[in-house]
Write a protein that binds this ligand. Structure first.
Ligand SMILES: [Zn+2]
Length: 275
């Protein structure tokens, strides 16, 4: 009898802890968000991240809070002899958090961010009929389903210095992380409502096929032609275009822009344009 009572009490405590865990996480994150933001981090945002000064209120404050959560919760690893600095960590965190500013999910499956000084070499295998071609290929970034993002710092610096060219390795790889949250790299992130999933499938498949045709014909495209590689790359490249070439995307691909606007709950077209 005593054993049964103890077991039931233990069970009740475990269930209680499971049920209240999200509440504790929210409270812990709120404390992190409310901490004073370091002035040296603020300088990094002001000097190096062109989108920051364009954000309408209350997004700059929210972004600063999210960066504080992200930098506490996520592990950064310097690779290839790189000594990680605050500039690197804040620059990466700011762009990663931009994608989840209205979702408050902080990449639950992301475990670590590996940063190389510049483009890094990876071993690849490609089937060519009966042959398998093995070669080393230089990469700017990678996103793995196991919750790992790999980035080149030289490319990150180049991308923030050329914000409106539509290429951004951090936005690209973290869009892949959003896509991979459900364990699949298929170009479809977690979308809550069934009706939104249907719209997503219609709009994305149509726009993806149109990009493939444009690339085949050699037509100039708003989105980088790398988006025609497969649906997963299409979503990642569409995300880069949405944030960096918002007005062009809205003009040329209004339906795609609207779906991304709904998904990210952000409207970069309305942000203050650079002077
Ligand atoms: Zn990619």
């Amino acid at each position: 009898m005593v054993k049964t009572v103890l077991f039931l009490c233990g069970l009740a405590i475990v269930i209680g802890l499971i049920l209240t865990a999200p509440l504790f996480t929210r409270l812990r994150r709120k404390r992190l968000r409310d901490r004073p933001f370091s002035s040296s981090w603020q300088q990094i945002l002001d000097r190096h991240l062109p989108f920051y000064e364009q954000l309408p209120a209350p997004l700059p404050k929210r972004l600063r809070g999210y960066i504080q959560v992200f930098l506490v919760e996520k592990r950064f690893v310097g690779c290839g002899g790189l000594n990680l600095t605050d500039e690197m960590r804040v620059t990466i965190a700011a762009q990663a958090c931009l994608l989840v500013l209205h979702q408050e999910r902080f990449y639950p499956t992301l475990k670590a961010i590996y940063v190389y000084p510049a483009a890094f070499l990876v071993n690849t295998k490609q089937s060519l009929g009966t042959y398998v071609l093995e070669e080393k290929v230089a990469r700017r970034g990678e996103s793995w389903e196991q919750g790992i993002v790999v980035l080149s710092w030289a490319d990150i610096q180049h991308d923030v210095a050329h914000w409106h060219d539509g290429n951004n390795v951090v936005l690209h790889e973290f869009a892949h992380q959003l896509d991979q949250e459900d364990g699949r790299t298929d170009g479809v992130p977690l979308v809550e409502h069934q009706a939104d999933r249907v719209t997503w499938a219609q709009v994305f498949s149509q726009a993806y096929l149109a990009l493939q045709q444009d690339v085949k014909r050699g037509t100039k495209t708003v989105m980088d032609e790398y988006g025609a590689t497969n649906p997963a790359e299409f979503f990642a490249v569409a995300t880069e275009t949405f944030f960096e070439k918002a007005a062009l995307m809205q003009r040329h691909h209004p339906e795609l822009y609207a779906v991304l606007q709904h998904y990210y709950c952000l409207d970069p077209v309305s942000w203050r344009q650079p002077h």
